[in-house]
Design a protein around this ligand. Structure first.
Ligand SMILES: Nc1ncnc2c1ncn2[C@@H]1O[C@H](COP(=O)(O)OP(=O)(O)O)[C@@H](O)[C@H]1O
Ligand SMILES: [Mg+2]
Length: 487
């Protein structure tokens, strides 16, 4: 059984002392006298600031003073130069029965270990911050911090296009090319708790011919679970983009070259198509000459002949016009198109070619299909390739193989499908279910580019192209195209 308070206070490691209103020590525990190295007897009656702080008077922030003035407990943290230690000191006023303050009790806890650990932590985090700064400054990417409004607070190093002080404090969106601004503003809006980051490729503003391309990764930074800032990582991808554009240009060149070469294949049938109206024009003109040589020429007959000549001329002009459009090397232009009209146009171009081969092109077109978005010439090229392939296969299969049918239908409300179904020998089994190899051909005059090019055109249109053999013989090539959004 512990006897009395003294034994209890002496067993506490904190320094405990009782003082009168005038800073004089009235009582101390063992830990106190041990710390200052003075026996308890010699401490009584001495001013605490002399003993503890080796000073002639209390310090300005002395919590003994503050506790008496404020009539409540006060706490402070001190470094005691004599003891070379940090203390957390709490002073509480002692009241007599009349609620008058008659002194204070001090409890001083040694927090030196804690302080040193704190200091080490601070140094460590300063070092980490320094290292991060060095890493950021030398990073091959641009790192920016934006405030919640999207204004630039920090940038690791200057962009080649802009000086750092030119952009600090300004909205980041100002430095993005106007056409990409809505995209970036949307990113700011969308990046939230569920989305850890959003990435997009966009162009910066600038008065260059080809403004630089950047990949922008935007991440939110939270403080106490609320959005505080944004981190933006910008990687210059101008070079990659340049190469992508170059590859795309080459792709377009190949597509065009193949189109011109494919036209070669049915040039003779086109000549035939033009020859027909030309022959009609000639015979009509000769008839007109005959009428004119008569003594009483019939004006009525003459009018009819001229009308026939106009019709035939228009027909020839129409064929030439269609052909010229196919040969032309224009910009790829995505517009709203009626797929059935496209099929009909292509069939018109190829029907005499089919006739020469003793084959028939038939169409089964679903009326009222929604418009699709695409490049007219390239989609026509796909149809040409597929129909020519079908005709080739049917020629190989012999005279029984007669019909090639082109069907259009709606697969679902968002997808139109075109099927080119022939009655030829079907695809070689080894080539089914595989991607289309460039230069794979089974024809002596073939190039093996028709299918890969058609595949890449359909893919660039957001559709798919697949081939299937029919159980009863022949093949069907299907390609799908997404319908225009506002249809
Ligand atoms: N409708 C088809 N029926 C059977 N085989 C086909 C058909 N279409 C294409 N093929 C096969 O695929 C090969 C590649 O076709 P393609 O890429 O158009 O090149 P090419 O027509 O120059 O050979 C053809 O040589 C043929 O073997
Ligand atoms: Mg082909």
């Amino acid at each position: 059984m512990i006897d009395g308070w003294d034994a209890a206070f002496d067993s506490i490691e904190d320094l405990i002392s009782i003082h009168d209103n005038n800073f004089c020590i009235l009582k101390v525990n063992k830990a106190f006298s041990k710390s200052v190295g003075i026996p308890p007897g010699k401490l009584i009656g001495r001013k605490c600031y002399e003993v503890m702080h080796a000073a002639n008077g209390p310090r300005l922030s002395c919590c003994h003073k503050l506790a008496i003035e404020g009539k409540e407990s006060k706490t402070e943290e001190n470094f005691e130069p004599l003891l070379k230690k940090f203390f957390q000191v709490s002073c509480s006023p002692i009241f007599d029965n009349n609620k008058k303050i008659i002194g204070t009790v001090h409890i001083a806890r040694d927090i030196t270990g804690l302080k040193r650990a704190e200091e080490r932590l601070r140094q460590h985090s300063n070092e980490i911050e320094e290292q991060l700064k060095v890493i950021a400054e030398n990073a091959p990417v641009f790192l920016l911090q934006l405030n919640r409004q999207g204004h630039i607070d920090y940038i690791n190093h200057a962009f080649p296009q802009f000086e750092s002080d030119e952009i600090l404090g300004k909205p980041f969106v100002n430095f993005i090319s106007p056409e990409f601004r809505p995209l970036f503003l949307n990113m700011l809006k969308e990046v939230n708790g569920e989305k850890k980051f959003i990435e997009n490729e966009l162009q910066f503003a600038g008065n260059h011919n080809e403004p630089p391309w950047y990949r922008i990764k935007l991440s939110p930074i939270y403080r106490k679970r609320t959005l505080d800032r944004f981190l933006v990582i910008c990687t210059d991808i101008s070079e990659i983009k340049g190469k992508e554009f170059e590859i795309e240009k080459q792709r377009q060149e190949i597509i065009h070259a193949h189109r011109v070469l494919a036209l070669n294949e049915f040039a003779s049938s086109l000549a035939h198509e033009i020859n027909q109206p030309l022959t009609a024009i000639l015979s009509n003109a000769q008839a007109a000459q005959r009428i004119l040589s008569q003594t009483d020429p019939s004006l009525m007959e003459f009018k009819e002949i001229v009308a026939d000549i106009v019709l035939a001329t228009n027909r020839a002009a129409e064929v030439i016009h269609r052909l010229r459009k196919l040969i032309k090397k224009g910009e790829v232009e995505f517009i709203k198109l009626d797929i059935n009209m496209l099929v009909n146009d292509t069939v018109l171009l190829l029907s005499s070619n089919a006739l020469i081969k003793n084959k028939f092109l038939k169409t089964e077109l679903t009326p009222g299909l929604p418009a699709i978005i695409g490049d007219r010439i390239q989609l026509q090229q796909v149809l040409l390739n597929l129909i020519m392939n079908g005709l080739d296969a049917m020629v190989d299969a012999g005279p029984e193989a007669k019909d090639l049918v082109i069907r259009t239908s709606l697969k679902d409300p968002k997808t139109v499908v075109v099927a080119v179904e022939d009655s030829g020998h079907g695809f070689p089994k080894s080539s089914l279910g595989k991607p289309f190899d460039h230069f794979f051909t089974t024809k002596t005059q073939g190039m093996g580019l028709g299918l890969p090019i058609s595949f890449s055109i359909v893919q660039a249109h957001g559709g798919q192209l697949i081939v299937k053999n029919k159980p009863a013989g022949g093949a069907t090539v299907y390609f799908s195209l997404p319908v225009s959004k506002d249809d």
